[in-house]
Design a binder for this molecule. Structure first.
Ligand code: BEZ
Length: 253
């Protein structure tokens, strides 16, 4: 299998169909940010810009960055000043009043590089407000993939490419980068999956299933869905993902 086969890719169409709820659930972290008119804000991992335009509507001057060219183009189509950039290699120096990020940071390893770039990008007294997957996020889903991967002799690393820290772990990382942590909150957010579990797995963990040739690939997908049904699917057939969020606000001295 080539590295390209293992890469997670993003398409605005698939995001719209399967994951629009992610930006719809952004109100809480936007409230923590409380963007003010005239502030310069970096939206780190802006995706298709659905939340970026809310910061712009608050009167902030916003730059969005994302590592997916397709997402950058979708954000530009909404009028966002969006640029393609790797979050581990941010090129900004002391130019933002705030860095904001929603539902992205758990994808980006190593997190220390992201935190260092955020610290560099902020002006003195600038704030970093972010929400992403916290410890125990999608624990049932990960366990089911690992069980199926193990039974089939697969690569278990492909079942867990994420970083889901506790509030304590992430606070320590922020403090090591010079931030003062103002507040953190970790909370369960069981989230209805409008297109079901098989679609969610196919969109978000395709590389895990693609390590198998057909018909094993489809069988593995069916087995994971079957393992999860008793805990994550209700009697009407509606699926809920066991999301856990970590929300943080930290300030650069
Ligand atoms: C999350 O937002 O926690 C998430 C989304 C897709 C895959 C894994 C985690």
């Amino acid at each position: 299998m080539s590295m390209a086969d293992r890469a997670q890719t993003w398409s605005p169409e698939s995001y719209e169909a399967n994951a629009r709820f992610v930006s719809d659930l952004g109100a809480g972290v936007l409230a923590w940010l409380a963007a003010r008119p005239g502030e310069r804000i970096l939206d780190l991992g802006c995706g298709d810009g659905a939340l970026t335009v809310k910061l712009m509507a608050a009167g902030a001057e916003v730059i969005g960055v994302d590592d997916s060219q397709e997402m950058v183009e979708a954000a530009r189509a909404r009028g966002v000043d969006a640029r393609r950039m790797d979050a581990r290699a941010l090129t900004f120096e002391a130019e933002f009043d705030a860095v904001f990020s929603n539902a992205v940071l758990h994808w980006i390893l190593p997190p220390e590089k992201v935190v260092a770039g955020v610290a560099r990008a902020l002006k003195p007294q600038g704030r970093f407000v972010a929400e992403f997957g916290g410890h125990d996020n999608i624990a049932a889903i990960v366990t089911a993939m690992r069980a199926v991967g193990r039974a089939r002799g697969g690569d278990l690393g492909l079942a867990f490419p994420w970083f889901y820290p506790t509030a304590e772990e992430y606070s320590e990382m922020l403090e090591a980068a010079g931030f003062a942590v103002a507040r953190t909150e970790q909370f369960a957010r069981p989230t209805r999956l409008p297109t079901g579990m098989a679609a969610w797995l196919t969109v978000f963990r395709k590389p895990f299933f693609d390590q198998f040739e057909e018909p094993e690939r489809s069988q593995a997908l069916e087995e994971v869905v079957d393992l999860l049904r008793p805990s994550l699917c209700d009697r009407e057939g509606s699926w809920t993902a066991d999301y856990v969020r970590l929300r943080v606000e930290a300030r650069k001295p």
